[in-house]
Design a protein around this ligand. Structure first.
Ligand SMILES: Cc1cc2nc3c(=O)[nH]c(=O)nc-3n(C[C@H](O)[C@H](O)[C@H](O)COP(=O)(O)OP(=O)(O)OC[C@H]3O[C@@H](n4cnc5c(N)ncnc54)[C@H](O)[C@@H]3O)c2cc1C
Length: 383
């Protein structure tokens, strides 16, 4: 019997496996895809702090971000620039493979091509059934299981664990831009007509390439993506454009822990509700889960009470961020494009970004959101 089986080789599962195997547990990780990092659809923007906090590998870094422009529907720009880099942009497939190498280096066994289709807690163990692409099947018994399956909530459903209440729908592509087309800072496009409920992005990757995408509450992000491409690079002809749509979990509700089992990362809805970024909180979720699991092994206690501590940990660490981000995004989504233009004007007039400087952090938005709302949202700014 294994000590821990982790389901899913995304950042959360790989980091949990690394932490648990480093502490001496026998860890097996099962990944549905035949290769770790395959089809890892993500803009790959990770805050600078996360690299230090989690000691992340840097081989996958494509670019660094030290200036971000928010662009209104009419083209007004608000710019936030720093002397030190704010974030890095990674090739997410390579990033996952590097995390897998790190987890393997401390003893994690990784089995790609294993889709876990059922999970059943028993008195002294958890039983998992998986299938392979060749229609083979297998059964495993483990003391503890970690569900890190991203936006696939099939195992949560079997266990009666929570599924996030809402999803954003995102699509992106890496494209070649006409000459000089990538000589701009990272741009975030907002507005109801541009990306209802969220935003679009244009991230220069260097060498004439950019990562362009849209995230929206609309079920089909394609028309908004097409419009953004037309706006950024009219006449773009790129046979390499491969569109990659995917859902992003928002707003976790309810339980993500039960006896011997924890759901972590996006499988627990641990994704920033302000931006849809799931890597930093996924890694943090993995750290907190590892802490709870190591204590369970130390005390020989695998009860729902022991595992339920995880809920308290993550809520304390980033629960208020998720709540504030969620309502801020809802509020922003309620504004018409002309109200957004007013808000941009007001923010410029009062030099809001400079005022926020102390509270502007890449991964922690609670304070900046509250200050912005207090400063900007007055009856006159939204009429
Ligand atoms: C277009 C787009 C852009 C994004 N941009 C950013 C960004 O710039 N920055 C950021 O921080 N976040 C971003 N995100 C979100 C981020 O990619 C995810 O939140 C993050 O990858 C979640 O990590 P995870 O480890 O929880 O899950 P995932 O990375 O989704 O990994 C889950 C893994 O589990 C495997 N799996 C699923 N079910 C099973 C099963 N039953 N058995 C075995 N394996 C299974 C999957 O194949 C997958 O490999 C973006 C998302 C999208 C869609």
């Amino acid at each position: 019997m294994r000590d821990v089986v982790v389901v899913g080789a995304g950042p959360a599962g790989l980091h949990a496996a690394y932490r648990l195997a480093s502490a001496g547990l026998d860890v097996l990780l099962l990944e549905a895809r035949t290769q770790v990092g395959e089809a890892a659809i993500c803009a790959g923007v990770i805050g600078e702090d996360a690299f230090m906090r989690f000691g992340l590998p840097t081989r996958s870094v494509l670019a660094s971000i030290s200036c971000i422009q928010a662009i209104s529907p009419a083209g007004r720009a608000l710019e936030h620039k720093t002397t030190a880099p704010l974030a890095r942009v990674v090739d997410k497939g390579q990033f996952n493979r590097d995390l897998a190498d790190r987890a393997s280096s401390v003893g994690t066994e990784i089995w790609p091509g294993r889709y876990v289709e059922s999970i059943q807690p028993e008195k002294q163990s958890v039983v998992l059934h998986f299938r392979t692409p060749e229609q083979g099947t297998g059964t495993l018994r483990t003391r503890v299981a970690v569900i890190a399956s991203g936006v696939n909530f099939a195992l949560n459903k079997i266990l009666g664990l929570a599924k996030p209440r809402e999803f954003l729908h995102a699509i992106q592509a890496d494209v070649s831009l006409p000459q000089g087309g990538d000589s701009h800072p990272t741009q975030v496009y907002v507005g109801r007509s541009v990306a209802p409920g969220a935003f679009g992005w244009n991230i220069p990757l260097g060498h004439g390439r950019a990562r362009i995408g849209i995230m929206t509450t609309a079920l089909d992000p394609r028309p908004f993506f097409d419009a953004l491409i037309l706006r950024i690079a009219p006449g773009l002809r790129d046979p390499q454009v491969r569109l990659s749509p995917k859902a992003i979990a928002q707003a976790p509700v309810g339980r993500c822990a039960t006896e011997r089992i924890l759901a972590i990362g996006e499988a627990a809805g641990h994704v920033k509700t302000s931006t849809g970024g799931g890597i930093h909180y996924g890694l943090l979720s993995a750290e907190l889960a590892a802490e709870v699991i190591l204590r369970a092994f130390h005390e020989g206690q695998f009860s729902i009470q022991t595992f339920g501590e995880f809920e308290r940990y993550w809520r304390r660490a980033f629960g208020s961020e998720l709540v504030t981000g969620y309502f801020a995004r809802k509020l922003a989504a309620s504004f018409s494009d002309s109200q957004i233009e007013n808000i941009f004007d007001r923010a410029k007039a009062m030099n809001l970004l400079a005022r926020l400087d102390g509270s502007l952090q890449f991964d922690w938005h609670h304070r900046a959101i509250l200050t912005s709302i207090r400063s900007l949202i007055t009856p006159s700014s939204v009429i």
